[in-house]
Design a protein around this ligand. Sequence first.
Ligand code: NAD
Length: 490
Amino acid sequence: MDGSAPVFLAQESWAGRIYSSGWGHAAGGAYDVTAPADGSLVGSVGNGNTADVARAAAAAAAAQPQWEATAPAERARILNATADILEANGEELIPWIIRESGSIYPKAAIEIEHSAGFLRAAAAAAMEETRRVVTSLDGRDEEVIRVAHGVVGVISPFNFPLILSVRAIAAALATGNAVVHKPDPRTPISGGIIIARIFEEAGLPRDLLHIIPGGAEAGTALCQDPNIAMVSFTGSPGVGAKVGELCGRNLKKVQLELGGKNALIIQDDADLALAAANAAWGTWLHQGQICMATGLILAPAAMADALAAELATKAGRLPVGNPATEQCALGPLISDGQVALVKAIVDDAVAKGAKLLAGGAPTGRMFPATVLSGVKPGMRAFEEEIFGPVAVIVAYDNDDHAIELANMSEFGLAAGIIAKDTTRARKLGMRLRVGHLHINDQTVMASPNAPFGGRGKSGNGSRISGPAIWEEFTQWVWITSRPDAVMYPF
Ligand code: NAD
């Protein structure tokens, strides 16, 4: 004993492995995870394939009925314990999130804090009433009760790997389901190994949670496996459509949380400095790699140039670098492909007449805070989800024009309105086709108590968190009872 504290994420237990009926080797082998900032090795994890998913789903299906029969207070106790364990080990875990996903420290700390919040909210949900009496038309005793689907497959993306995995896993377990989870292959430690470890420490019974890093093969297997009843997917609209199609073909419930092109409307009575600060945070946090990132900044024509200038000044003050080794405000983009995509979108806007006021030129994976003004419909920067640090400023003529521009998007996740007159702002906001509306705030916001999700191409009308925990992760059973059976005419 050297007296040093035990290491929570000690690699001996998980390196090269998946978490499925304990830590073991995957039929699909193992692979190395590298840091997006410098390509250095972060760790090695098991690489799940179809056979691994099949084995996990069968084990989960066998374990699930006993979990559903477990007292809600016990399910809540375990979920609350995972939140405590996560927070207690936060300082050890944050550097893993920083390296693996290219996050700055505050974003990684938010992942720990919010994930603990989602776990506690799920624990509280586990204690909610699940029965309702139904008015009978012919003198029976009638009730409806909520029951778990069985095994839920969870598929999550790279950008907020811990939160976006935890929010679905916690909801599924709270409501009595078992889970087979596939994190993004680029972030399996933050989006998978950490979660396995907290549930392992909290004493979740064996086989209720399987963490299987892997790529499209494992994801496809989740959508096809007969032991999986529901898939909760968070990711891009392209992959979401494939997941929805496969789940439809296999008659599985599917929840799709997809992308966004979120408008921040600055009203003509807004304070310029406040508007710029909100636009900057909503656009550049985590390099814009957030589904709720501010994707369009709609400013009154008379204010647009001043706002653009203010944002360009801010952009120049935000250092971009490797958050594991330097003080910086922006880290790397997740991949070379993403850098090329963002650059192509910026170049397209400039070629079509937009003004590049800051940034625009990446160095390797480092893409500086970028400002485009004079953006118009017909430019890719106006139409596409960029998933990069680009402030897209669009001038509008009047309130109707602002709504028309915002609602042109096929997406409908979040919107923000910055204004002094909040009554007018709310009235305007109710004309937006979105799932989240924030008056006097930017677009990046989530709460464990609020149903999260969007309209149009942002999903399939499903929601996650808050009241959506029971709505999405369980289904009704109708039970009728008479004191004595009656004679029927046949
Ligand atoms: P992605 O769709 O490429 O990947 C998401 C997940 O799907 C990963 O785990 C990936 O391995 C898996 N996958 C890939 N191909 C698959 C297949 N054929 N079958 C099953 N699974 C498959 O998404 P991304 O590029 O990593 O993430 C960015 C996207 O996610 C953006 O569009 C963003 O807006 C969206 N997103 C949405 C939310 C939300 O809550 N609405 C949150 C974060 C990110």
